[in-house]
Design a protein around this ligand. Structure first.
Ligand SMILES: [Zn+2]
Length: 219
């Protein structure tokens, strides 16, 4: 395990055996440390050598479901390189059957130990859901965020519009929490893995102004 820790600290690619020895809690620590490194201006660690080594196979430690927002480059904010994490991205970091299939692939087939549903501040998808925007396929996507809007409106004291950043943030947190539970409800495969403590499913919130990710491990 010690050797494994050194390898992660050096940013080297994991082997299948090393990945299998990781626990979900160890992966949470890896991502927390990576986010600290990102805030401290460490450059991304992708060299051609790594590109070639990763081409032989992948054993990522985690899978992150993020929004498509251009200001949330997921690998960067966790200081992860090629081959380190799976990333699924869709506006508003919502869950649907294809996203669930991707998360199941990452954990059940490829051995990842952690699922992070990552929301972020100032999210355009969240604001559009609050504003009840209707446009093409965006309408159906925003429907998936509406339960978070309704729940937040019931609990929020203050102006419940998209121009109130605090309300937008509250909806974002509620959306992450609801999506974590959507994963558990609609993926028996992942629920069973979590019940057996093979994986953890947690929430995260990225602050655009500070670069800091705050994790919600007990949703
Ligand atoms: Zn967003």
């Amino acid at each position: 395990m010690q050797e494994n820790k050194i390898k992660i600290a050096n940013g080297e690619l994991l082997t299948a055996e090393e990945q299998s020895k990781l626990t979900p809690d160890m992966v949470i620590e890896i991502l927390k440390r990576g986010n600290e490194e990102f805030i401290n201006n460490l450059a991304a660690k992708n060299e051609m050598n790594r590109v070639h080594n990763a081409a032989e196979g992948q054993h990522p430690e985690a899978v992150v479901l993020s929004c498509i927002d251009s200001r949330v480059p997921v690998e960067n904010i966790f200081h992860r390189g090629i081959g380190d994490i799976f990333v699924a991205r869709v506006a508003g970091n919502i869950v649907n059957p294809d996203i669930l299939g991707s998360l199941e692939y990452a954990c059940k087939v490829s051995g990842s130990k952690l699922i992070v549903i990552l929301g972020h501040g100032r999210c355009g998808a969240i604001k559009s859901a609050i504003d009840n925007v209707k446009l093409g396929n965006i309408t159906g996507l925003l429907e998936k965020i509406k339960p978070a809007v309704s729940r937040s409106k019931a609990n929020f004291k203050g102006e419940t519009t998209s121009s109130n950043p605090e309300f937008v943030e509250a909806v974002c947190h509620a959306n992450v929490e609801l999506m974590v539970n959507e994963v558990r409800k609609n993926s028996p495969v992942l629920k069973e893995m979590e019940d057996k403590r093979e994986i953890k499913i947690i929430g995260g919130y990225y602050d655009m102004c500070t670069g800091k990710v705050e994790f919600s491990e007990n949703i």
